[in-house]
Design a protein around this ligand. Structure first.
Ligand code: T5A
Ligand code: NA
Length: 210
């Protein structure tokens, strides 16, 4: 379905505790205050049946092979994609905390093949922009409650960080990298400027797929 007033598909990515939820919430509130039709979502979406299994895996109460949990994370995006598309085409902007890039980097960091990991997400909607919050994982370890979930381990986060850098180079036409140790307000201000420009242009841009 083509429409000339679709919403923008905005994704936040980065390591654990880097500030994605903080920035996506601030951007959501700002757009709402400006009267923009906007929704905030996040992956994993722990509210579905698949999301519940993922939640148990992340909380270390469920053991699953690397391959199985990888495919469940991807399936968790596929089960939400038609509603994301419907919202975008109805003119609602979507702010999404983590997406397919997280799906690939955590699984590759655990040792799975990059192309194998990317394949199940091919065909999902492509974001209009990815805001990549980058920080040295060694410095992030001091932030609140780091270490509570399965992947919050320094060695893994270092690999995850390198793999996000790889995506940032490979997908440079729509990725924007920020230093996660700038203040919340500085980051919010830069992210808002890019978003407000994007909202002016997005009507002319067809939705693409990964
Ligand atoms: N995963 C996810 C996969 O393996 N495959 C997949 O396909 C997907 C989608 C859960 C895990 O699942 C993995 C990746 C994850 O390990 P999650 O539920 O999104 O994913 O969990 P996290 O990303 O870890 O979410 P967090 O809430 O832990 O991190 P955020 O959202 O990046 O950080 P945020 O905003 O909560 O901030 C963390 C702390 O830092 C402070 C905040 O106040 C807060 O205390 N902070 C700042 N401090 C100083 N300066 C700033 N600029 C700051 N910004 C935030
Ligand atoms: Na988060």
């Amino acid at each position: 379905m083509e429409s000339n007033k679709r919403g923008a598909f905005i994704v936040f990515e980065g390591c654990d505790r880097v500030g994605k939820s903080t920035q996506s919430n601030q951007l959501f509130e700002r757009l709402k205050d400006k009267g923009v039709a906007v929704k905030k979502i996040n992956f994993p979406n722990r509210s579905t049946i698949i999301g519940d299994v993922i939640n148990r895996f992340l909380k270390n109460t469920e053991e699953l092979s690397n391959e199985v949990i990888h495919l469940l994370f991807s399936a968790n995006r596929w089960e939400c994609i038609s509603s994301i598309q419907a919202d975008l085409m109805a003119g609602t902007t979507i702010i999404c905390d983590r997406y397919a890039y997280s799906g690939v980097v955590y699984s590759v960091a655990k040792g799975l093949d990059f192309d194998w990991c990317w394949a199940p997400d091919l065909g999902l909607l492509k974001p209009d922009v990815v805001f990549y919050l980058k920080a040295n994982p060694d410095q992030l370890a001091s932030r609140d409650s780091f270490g509570n979930e399965r992947y919050e381990k320094l060695e893994l986060q270092r690999k995850v960080s390198e793999l996000f850098d790889h995506f940032n180079e490979r997908e440079s036409s729509y990725w924007h990298q920020f230093d996660a140790f700038e203040t919340k307000q500085e980051l919010h201000s830069k992210i808002s400027t890019i978003t407000e420009n994007l909202l002016l242009q997005v009507a002319e841009k067809p939705l693409e797929r990964l």
